[in-house]
Design a protein around this ligand. Structure first.
Ligand code: SAH
Length: 213
C-alpha cells in the first residue's frame, strides 16, 4: 500500500495530537511518524488510520490507540539494539514502532490468523522482527534474556515467567486488571531478585488469554 503525502500529513497531525495529550518523548513521536499505520489496518478502517483510536483487526482483537502505543513505548525507554519481547503482535504496528526505535524485536501472537497477517504486512514494509505463533505467557526462554518486555494485552497480574526472562536493568510494561479498565504498570528489574513497580494511569486493552488458537 502506498504511503502518500496525504498519509504523511495526517501522521504529522496525529503526532501533534499525541503531544497535546502531554506525551512529549520526541524519540517515540519520531518513530510513530515514520510508521504507515494505514498499512496495518483492515481495509474497512483504512480511512480512519490516523485517528487516535483503537480499531478492529479481526479475530476479535484491536490495533492499539496511537497514544497508548506512544505511552507504552515511552515507558520502556528503548535504546538502540535493545532486545525487546512483545506479547500480542496483533497487527504488527507496535513491533514496527519498536524497530523504528532501533530495537531488536521478538513478538508472540496467539491467533494464527493475525500472526500470518502481521508477518506479511511487516515484511512487505521491510520490517523484520522475529515473529512467533504461540502463548505469550510462556515467553521465549531460548531466545532471552530480554532488555525490555512489552505486553499489549490486559493481564490479571505480572506474569512471573516473563520477569525471569528479563535482564537486570530491564523494564517490563503491562496493563494490569480486569475487563474494561487496567492500570499501566512498569516493573523495573534492579537486581537478580529485586523489582520496583510503579503505576501509570488507566487504559483499556483486550485480555491476555492463555494458550493459542
Ligand atoms: N500490539 C498490537 C496490539 C494487539 S491487541 C498491535 O500493535 O496491533 C493484543 C493482542 O494480544 C491480540 O492480537 C491478542 O490476540 C494477543 N494476545 C492475547 N493474549 C496473548 C497471549 N497469551 N500470547 C500472545 N498473544 C496474546
Amino acid at each position: 500500500m502506498e504511503d502518500s503525502f496525504l498519509h504523511k500529513g495526517l501522521r504529522k497531525k496525529l503526532i501533534n495530537e499525541i503531544r497535546r495529550k502531554d506525551l512529549e518523548d520526541e524519540a517515540v513521536l519520531n518513530a510513530i511518524e515514520r510508521v504507515p499505520r494505514h498499512c496495518f489496518m483492515d481495509s474497512s478502517f483504512v480511512k480512519f488510520a490516523y485517528k487516535d483510536q483503537a480499531f478492529p483487526i479481526g479475530a476479535g482483537q484491536t490495533i492499539s490507540q496511537p497514544y497508548t502505543v506512544a505511552f507504552q513505548t515511552s515507558l520502556l525507554q528503548i535504546k538502540k539494539r535493545d532486545k525487546v519481547l512483545e506479547i500480542g503482535t496483533g497487527s504488527g504496528y507496535q513491533a514496527a514502532v519498536l524497530i523504528e526505535m532501533g530495537a531488536n524485536v521478538f513478538s508472540i501472537e496467539r491467533h494464527k490468523e493475525l500472526y500470518l497477517k502481521a508477518k506479511a504486512t511487516l515484511s512487505e514494509l521491510n520490517y523484520h522482527p522475529h515473529l512467533f505463533y504461540g502463548d505469550g505467557y510462556l515467553g521465549l526462554p531460548t531466545y532471552g534474556p530480554f532488555d525490555k518486555i512489552l505486553i499489549t494485552a490486559a493481564a490479571p497480574d505480572v506474569p512471573n515467567r516473563l520477569l525471569e526472562q528479563m535482564n537486570t536493568g530491564g523494564r517490563l510494561v503491562v496493563p494490569i486488571g480486569k475487563f474494561g479498565s487496567q492500570i499501566m504498570t512498569l516493573v523495573e528489574k534492579t537486581g537478580e531478585n529485586d523489582y520496583i513497580t510503579s503505576e501509570h494511569g488507566y487504559f483499556v486493552f483486550v485480555p491476555m488469554v492463555k494458550g493459542k488458537e
